[in-house]
Each structure stands twice: as C-alpha cells, then as structure tokens.
Design a protein around this ligand. Sequence first.
Ligand SMILES: Nc1ncnc2c1ncn2[C@@H]1O[C@H](COP(=O)(O)OP(=O)(O)OP(=O)(O)O)[C@@H](O)[C@H]1O
Ligand SMILES: [Mg+2]
Length: 237
Amino acid sequence: MNDNQKIVETINLGREYQLGSELVVAVRDVSMEVHPGQFIAVVGRSGSGKTTLLNLMAGLDKATSGSVLLEGQDLAGMGEKELTEIRRHKIGFVFQSFGLLPLLSAFENVELPLRISGVRAGEREQRAREALEMVGLTRRSKHRPYELSGGEQQRVAIARAMVTRPPLLLADEPTGELDSTNARSIFGLFIEMVREQGISVVAATHDSTLLAMADEVKEMRDGVMSERAEESHRYRE
Ligand SMILES: Nc1ncnc2c1ncn2[C@@H]1O[C@H](COP(=O)(O)OP(=O)(O)OP(=O)(O)O)[C@@H](O)[C@H]1O
Ligand SMILES: [Mg+2]
C-alpha cells in the first residue's frame, strides 16, 4: 500500500514529559495507520495517553521520538505556519466539551473556520448550510449554544470541524458529556461521514458500548497501543 492511501501514519511515536525529577511516558512507540474511509476507536483508561496521541496527530503537540506523517508528510519538518495551514485544511478536531462560542449562533459557529480561511461570503453560507444539514440541524441554525441540547451542541461542533472538508476528523471523547442515546447517534454520524464521504475518523472514547460501531479498536495502556480485535465491527460481520 503506498503513502497516498494513508491519511495519517505514526511510526514508533513517543511523547515523554519531564515533571520535576519524574519522567512521564504518555505515548510509547506507537505505530499505526489510518486509511481513507476508516473509523478507528481508541480506548483506554484515564491517563493511558489517548489525548496525547490525538494531539500529536493534529500537530498540537510535538513528538519526543518517532514521527507522524500526514498524507506522507512528516509533521516534524514543518514550521508553525505550515502546521496551522494543515490544521485548517486537513484536520477537523472535536473535543469533549464542544468548544462553541456562546455568543454566536449555530450557523455562525460553523461558518467561523471559513471566515478565518478567507472564504468568500456566498461560498461560506452554502458550505455552512450543507454542514448543518449533514448533522441534521438545519432548523437549529439560528440557535445559540445555550439554546441547544448537549447532543445538538456536539453536532454543531462536528459540523464546524467538517466545514473545511478535511480528510481526517480527530475526536477526543466526543460523547463524554452525552447520554447513551446521543452518544450512539454521534457515533452513527461518524459512520455516515466515513461511508458516504470517505473521510477518516479517529475517536478516543471511554465508552465500550460504542466500540462495535468502529472498524478497528485500538487500546491504549500506559502509553502503549494494542489492537482489540474482538470488539470491532470488522470482526463481527
Ligand atoms: N502537559 C503534560 N505534562 C506532563 N504530563 C502530562 C501532560 N499531558 C499529559 N500528561 C501525562 O501523560 C499521560 C497521558 O495523558 P493523556 O491526557 O494523554 O491521557 P488520556 O488517555 O487522554 O486520559 P483521559 O481519559 O483522562 O482523558 C498521563 O499520565 C498524564 O498525566
Ligand atoms: Mg484525554
């Protein structure tokens, strides 16, 4: 398989933190590949390294060993400017706490990344509308975050992450603040995007009931990654 068919690849990736005299190894020797149209769930206890791994993949944190290749390009070789461009166009990021701006409507929140990228008004409007439609919130466009349920807020955050049409969506505990019905529907939305648009999703989660929906399940334990074949969708068909 050539590099064009990998959205992101980590090679012996490691991240250590020095805290006073203590060395914390947050991610240890992780090698994984993400292909177009793949939905990968990363599970693991609190402190096992999930957030660190996603941050490294997004270029929000720097590896202390090994590398991250995004569409074949090593993030380590990039300056801040280049990394910012990559984060704007290649990667969508969704957090547990939604991170919406409270004074902006759902529509304005979704449109914001396009404003930042200098997309002209007509196109902004059309793309923001499409993104809200994709997450089923057309009728909530004018609502501000506090006028939306938790599940709806997370859908807005996903629309915002996808509005720039990145090939890769990274989601860190995206269902952590949702009840199980909303959590399933967020994972359902990921599956839809993966199957219909061919994007790739890597989602960290604590919730083991969602794992059957993923193509692959990776488990983090003290920074080390292993495959949990028994749960993933791939092995259930
Ligand atoms: N900036 C930092 N400085 C020092 N240690 C850190 C830092 N960030 C994370 N760590 C440590 O690295 C390890 C992995 O943390 P990480 O946040 O990646 O875990 P996690 O799997 O996302 O946990 P959770 O499920 O609670 O979100 C933990 O032991 C944590 O204390
Ligand atoms: Mg975390």
